[in-house]
Design a protein around this ligand. Structure first.
Ligand code: BGC
Length: 560
C-alpha cells in the first residue's frame, strides 16, 4: 500500500460508524461553545451604552440635563438615526462575515477561520475602544461584526463536525447557552459602569471583549481541526490524526478506521452527486436541484435560511433589544431595567433544559412544542395588553401578568428555537456544501436580526408615521410563530442520534415528516466498497476513487 502506515477499511455495522468518546472529547466540544459568548456579549452591550449619559454627552455635545427640566431630559439622547446605524452596522458586518467565513472554512480550515475571526474582531474592538466620535465607532462595529460573523457561523460548523452524534444536539445547545450568558454578562457590565463620568463608562464594557477573543483564539489553537475538513481536502493522514484526537482513541484502532472510512465514503459519494467546479460553481451548488425534493441542496439551503429567519421572527429580540422601552410604556413598572435583567436571566436559566430535551425528544418535536408555546404565550400577552393591561387602566396586576407570560415565552424560545435553529443548520448539509450552507443560514439569522432592529422602533413608536402597535405587536410575533410551527412540521428532518453521514442518507430516503421513524440500514463504506478494499490513509483521494471503481467492477462481474 503506498505510503504504508495505517490502512482503513470500513464497516457494514451501522452502529459502529462512530468511535466511543472520552471525557476529553466532551471538553473539546464544550470549549468550542465558548464562541457563543462573543455573539451574546456583542449584541448585548450596545443598547446599554447608547443610553449612557457620558456617552451621549460625548457624541452629541449636549450638556447633562437638569433632572427637573423634563424637556431637556427627553431631548438628551442620541439621534434615532445614529442609534439605528450603530446597532444595525454590526448585523451588516456579521451578515458578510458569515458568508465569507463559509468560503474560508473550506480553504483554510474551520479552526483557522475561527482564529482569524478572533483577530478581525480584536481589530474592530480596538477601534471601538479608541473611538471618541461616531465615524470610528461605526467602522469598529462593522469590523468587529465581520469577526462575529466568522465566529458565529464556523463555531456551529466545527462543533457539529466534531461532536459525538449522541450528544451533538446538546453540545450545540451549549453554544446557545453561551450566547445567553454573553447577553447577561454584557447587561451586568454595562449596569456596573453606566454611571461613570469618564470614558471608562463605555470603554470598559467594550474592552472586556478582548478577553473572549484571547480565550477562544488560544483555546482553538490548541484544539484539533475538524477531521471532516481534512477528508474534504483529501488529507487522510491528518484526518485520521485529528479524529483520533477528537475521539481520544488510538489512530490505528478499529473505531477510528470505521468512522473515518464512513466519512470518506460519504464524501466520495457526495462528490459524485455534487460536481466540484469553479468557485462560483461551488456556491451555486448550494442551490442545485428542485426545491420540492427533500434531499436537494436547494431544499436544504432553503430550510437552513428559513430556520434562522423564523428564529428571528419569533420576536425574541424585540424583548432583548426594546424590552426596557416597552416595559416603561406599560406605565406601572417602576424599574424597567430590573425587569429587563430578569428576562435575560430567564433566558439563561431556561436554555439548559434543551441539553436534555433536544436528545430525549429530538429536534422536530421540541421545535413544534416551542412554536406552539410561543404562539399561546404571545397571544395571551397581546390579549391582556389590549384589555386589562392598557396603560390608561393603570392595572398593576394585569401588567405583572403580561411580564410573567413574556417570561414564559422566553422560556419556550430558550429551550427550543434558540438552540435548535443552530443545531439543525449544523446537521442538514452534506460535506461538500456544509460550510457554505451553514454560512448562508447564519447570514440569514443576522439579516433578519438587522431587519428586526431597524423596523421595531417604528412598529411600537408613538411618533408621527409610527405604527404605535404597543402590546398588539405580540399578535404579530404570535402569528409569525404559527409559520415557525408549520416550518418545523413540514420541513425539518429529525436528525437526533444519527451521524452527519446517516443524516445525509436519511434525507435521501424519506421526507422530513417521516424521518423520526427512519433507521440506518447500511453504511456508506459498504456502498462505496470500502469494507472489503483497504485504503492507505496516506493515499491521495484518487486512490480511494480507484478502490471504489474496482469494487463496482467486481460487483458487476459477480452479477454477470
Ligand atoms: C438568537 C439571537 C438571540 C439569542 C437570545 C440566539 O439564538 O440568534 O438573535 O438574541 O438567541 O438568546
Amino acid at each position: 500500500m503506498p505510503g504504508g502506515g495505517v490502512i482503513i477499511t470500513g464497516t457494514t455495522d451501522t452502529s459502529r460508524i462512530e468511535a466511543p468518546v472520552t471525557i476529553k472529547a466532551y471538553f473539546i466540544c464544550a470549549f468550542a461553545a465558548f464562541g457563543g459568548i462573543f455573539f451574546g456579549y456583542d449584541t448585548g452591550w450596545m443598547g446599554g451604552v447608547l443610553a449612557m449619559p457620558y456617552f451621549i454627552r460625548q457624541y452629541t455635545g449636549l450638556q447633562y440635563p437638569d433632572p427637573n427640566d423634563k424637556a431637556a431630559v427627553t431631548a438628551f439622547h442620541l439621534p434615532a438615526s445614529d442609534q439605528s446605524l450603530t446597532t444595525s452596522i454590526l448585523s451588516c458586518g456579521t451578515f458578510f462575515g458569515a458568508l465569507i467565513a463559509g468560503d474560508l472554512a473550506d480553504m483554510i480550515g474551520r479552526r483557522t477561520t475561527i482564529i482569524t475571526g478572533c483577530g478581525i474582531f480584536t481589530i474592530g474592538c480596538i477601534l471601538e475602544v479608541a473611538s471618541t466620535g461616531l465615524g470610528v465607532m461605526v467602522a469598529g462595529r462593522l469590523i468587529a461584526g465581520l469577526g462575529v460573523g466568522f465566529i458565529s457561523a464556523i463555531v456551529i460548523l466545527y462543533m457539529s463536525e466534531i461532536a459525538p452524534r449522541k450528544v451533538r444536539g446538546a453540545v450545540v445547545a451549549g453554544y446557545q447557552f453561551c450566547i445567553t450568558i454573553g447577553i447577561l454578562l454584557a447587561n451586568c457590565v454595562v449596569y456596573a459602569t453606566q454611571k461613570r463620568d469618564d470614558t471608562g463608562s463605555y470603554r470598559i464594557p467594550i474592552a472586556v471583549q478582548f478577553l473572549w477573543a484571547i480565550i477562544l483564539a488560544i483555546g482553538l489553537f490548541l484544539l484539533p481541526e475538524s477531521p471532516r475538513y481534512f477528508v474534504k481536502k483529501g488529507k487522510l493522514e491528518k484526518a485520521a490524526k485529528a479524529l483520533s484526537e477528537v475521539r481520544g482513541q488510538a489512530i490505528d484502532s478499529d473505531y477510528i478506521q470505521d468512522e473515518l472510512a464512513e466519512i470518506i465514503a460519504n464524501h466520495e459519494y457526495e462528490m459524485q452527486v455534487i460536481p466540484q467546479t469553479s468557485w462560483i460553481g461551488s456556491w451555486t451548488n448550494c442551490f442545485r436541484g428542485s426545491i420540492f425534493k427533500g434531499v436537494s441542496n436547494s431544499r436544504r439551503t432553503t430550510v437552513g435560511v428559513l430556520m434562522q429567519m423564523m428564529q428571528q421572527l419569533t420576536g425574541i429580540n424585540f424583548i432583548f433589544y426594546f424590552g426596557t422601552v416597552f416595559f416603561t410604556s406599560l406605565g406601572t413598572i417602576s424599574n424597567p431595567f430590573l425587569i429587563t435583567l430578569i428576562t435575560t436571566l430567564v433566558n439563561v436559566c431556561s436554555t439548559p433544559i434543551s441539553f436534555w430535551t433536544v436528545e430525549r425528544f429530538g429536534r422536530r418535536k421540541i421545535l413544534i412544542v416551542g412554536a406552539t408555546g410561543m404562539v399561546i404565550m404571545q397571544f395571551i400577552v397581546g390579549i391582556i395588553g389590549v384589555t386589562a393591561g392598557q396603560e390608561s387602566k393603570n392595572n398593576h396586576a394585569a401588567v405583572s401578568a403580561m411580564v410573567a407570560f413574556i417570561c414564559f415565552n422566553i422560556s419556550f424560545f430558550a429551550a427550543t428555537w434558540g438552540p435548535c435553529a443552530w443545531v439543525v443548520i449544523g446537521e442538514i448539509f452534506p460535506l461538500p456544501i456544509r460550510s457554505r450552507g451553514v454560512g448562508i443560514s447564519t447570514s440569514s439569522n443576522w439579516f433578519w436580526n438587522c431587519i428586526i432592529a431597524v423596523i421595531t422602533p417604528y412598529l411600537v413608536g408613538t411618533g408621527p408615521g409610527d405604527a404605535n402597535l404597543g402590546a398588539k405587536v405580540f399578535f404579530l410575533w404570535g402569528s409569525l410563530c404559527c409559520l415557525s410551527l408549520a416550518l418545523a412540521y413540514i420541513f425539518v428532518p429529525e436528525t437526533n442520534g444519527l451521524s452527519l453521514e446517516q443524516v445525509d442518507k436519511m434525507m435521501e430516503e424519506t421526507t422530513a415528516r417521516h424521518t423520526a421513524k427512519w433507521v440506518p440500514h447500511s453504511t456508506f463504506a459498504q456502498e462505496m466498497g470500502l469494507t472489503n478494499k483497504g485504503v492507505s490513509i496516506s493515499a491521495p483521494t484518487e486512490e480511494i476513487k480507484a478502490a471504489v471503481i474496482q469494487h463496482e467492477m467486481k460487483n458487476d462481474t459477480e452479477k454477470l
